[in-house]
Each structure stands twice: as C-alpha cells, then as structure tokens.
Design a binder for this molecule. Sequence first.
Ligand code: SF4
Ligand code: SF4
Ligand code: SF4
Length: 369
Amino acid sequence: MSLHFDVALCVRATSKFSDCTKCIDACPESLSMVDNLPSFPLSTGVEAAACVGVCPTEAFAFSDFSTTEFFFTFLESKVRLISPKFNVPCLSVLSVEHLISLALASDEMITLDLSTYDSVSLLFEQISKRIEEANFILSSFSVKQLETNSIEKEQEPLDADDTHTSRRSFLGNASLKGVIKHKKTFDDAVNAEEMQHFEVSTSIIGKIKDKNLPDKRKILLTTLKHANIPNVFEVLPQEEVGFISQKFIDESCTNCQICYRICPTGALSSDGKFSLIHFDAMLCLKCHLCHDACEPNSIALQDGFEIKEFFEPKQRTLATFDIKRCHECGNNFTYTGGEQACPRCMVEEEEAMFLHNNAVYMKGNNATT
Ligand code: SF4
Ligand code: SF4
Ligand code: SF4
C-alpha cells in the first residue's frame, strides 16, 4: 500500500464548510468523497499520484516516496532529468511549488520527461498545467534565472543513449539508491478493492488545531531566500497562481474569528484581544477554507498576485476592530456602536425584556378577568 492519507491535514476535516475537492478532481477514477472526506480503495497506488502533488496541505503522501527527500537527493545528483522511467513514480507527485523550487535551486536547466504519458489523458493535462504555471511564475523572476533554470517539457521520447547515460549517472549517485526500490513498490501495489474509510476521531481533533506549514512551502521559502531578486516586480493575474494568494477583507466582516482560528497554517491570525486580522501571504496555501467558512463572504482574493511578496514578504493587516469590555459580563467584544454590551448580553437582555413584557401583559389580562 503506497498511498497515505493524513486526515488531520485535510481541510475538510478542519471544517465542514470546506468545499475542497482538489484531490478528487485530480484523481476521479481512484478517489471519491465518503462521509465528507476523501476515500480510496486499498489497491490505490501510483495512479493516484496527482492527489499527492495537488493537495495544498500535503494530506496525501506516498509511504515509500518522499517529495522532500527527492528534492534534496535530486539536487545533489548530477542528473537534470526528472522521469517516471527512473527517479519519480509519476511527475504528478511534484507540486508547482516543488517545480519552482527545483528550477530556482538548480544551476542547470531541468527537463521533465513527459514521453511516457498519453497526451490526451487527464494526468498529462494536469502535469502540463503545473509545468506551465511554474514556468509562468519563473518567467516573472529575473531573466538570468529563466535562461538557466526554467523547466522544459520533454516533447520526444528520450534518446536511448542519453537515457542510458543519464540513468547510469543517476544510479551512480549513492544517495539515490533507494529510489529504484521505491519504484518497484509502487509497481507492486496490492489489488484489494475495499475502500479506505476515514473519520475525525478525538485524537485527530487535537492534531487539527496545530498550525502546519507543508514541507513544499518550507522548501520554496528557503530557495527564494537564495534566488536572484528580479529587477522589476510583476503582478500576475491571481487565477494564474494556484498555490498562494493575496486577499482583502471588506467591511462586512463581523470578527466572528472563524477564519483565523481554522486557517491551517496561521496565514490568517489575530492578536490576544482579537482586535485585528493579520495576513501572511507566504503562509497561504490557497486552500480556500477561509472563504468557504466566512458566512458574510467578507474575504476576497486580490485581482493580482504581487511577485514582490516572494522576495519581500510582509504581514498585512486586513481588518481592525474596536474591542470594548461589555458592561454587563465584563468580556471583550467587537464594538460596532450603540450600547456597550456584547451580542450575547444583548440577546439575553432582549429575552429578559420580552419575558418581562409578557409577564406584565399576563398580569394585566388576569386583573381584567
Ligand atoms: S485536496 Fe487535500 S485538503 Fe483538499 S480535500 Fe483533498 S485531501 Fe483534503
Ligand atoms: S473575515 Fe469572515 S470568517 Fe473572518 S472574522 Fe470576518 S466574518 Fe469571520
Ligand atoms: S488564508 Fe490561505 S491557507 Fe489560510 S485558510 Fe485561507 S486560503 Fe487557506
């Protein structure tokens, strides 16, 4: 069994409001939604690799292949070819963040071998889209990096001699010895058909509350620190950048606290008094959970993503609130004008008033009969 699913990392386990279906959309033949969580047959192996690369929170992983380990061993090796023929189970295990990081960290052009994929398949389409997105973002970095490090699709099957040479030098690297073994494990995936069933248990709930930054984002943050800073910072259309976002919050926000409490990474946060909402774009996974959970629809994506954020990240304050102490219960609340009482005390006051008026009315009625 190769595919591993960490329920606690799935945003659907974090909140019932999540509409995330990225993994299902990526592997509709292997994955389906059962009880609001992704599920897959025990036999699912490398054919579901696309869900590994597409999941924003890295909830899916292969037990026998680590993309983080691959990142470092690949860069240590002299090979600059990534191919399902010998060093990855499938190109789709690599996210856009991995592709950008690999291109930035490599001193030579990296070639991705697409020759083994059916060019009309969903998998081919998805891998091609990720490469396009990575290259599009890389194109907004400095020209030098583009010329030396941008990612190219392999259009034709590999030349036999080149493949042999590449494979030999790849195998010659002692640190990559395990990869062939891992590939075999993928190929040997068992054939059971029983669906895996996942649920949010009490132990999972404790883990959900932890804020986690996926390894792929840590890798990207590290490689960006060593990348050349572009001469000009472009602004890319937000729909062209699928793994990170910049946002704003409009005046309809009620400071219900949900978005910054459930944000899986802490990209959205507040202070001790809940008097503001901070946002760190570099921690945002564009998982859409905050948008899905915001009842008044107060959170929106900025039209453009500023490339400057990659090189000069800064925490932004998206909203500030007037926090006052309730003169009834003494708790802090978001003051929006009028009486200085928190919403709960206001409701209680209204209910008490209703009961009082009712009692007066009943008393009056009794007196006349
Ligand atoms: S893509 Fe990831 S976060 Fe989204 S539903 Fe699938 S496992 Fe959950
Ligand atoms: S942005 Fe939405 S979810 Fe966040 S605090 Fe405001 S109303 Fe609540
Ligand atoms: S701020 Fe980003 S990471 Fe946090 S919930 Fe919203 S989309 Fe997801």
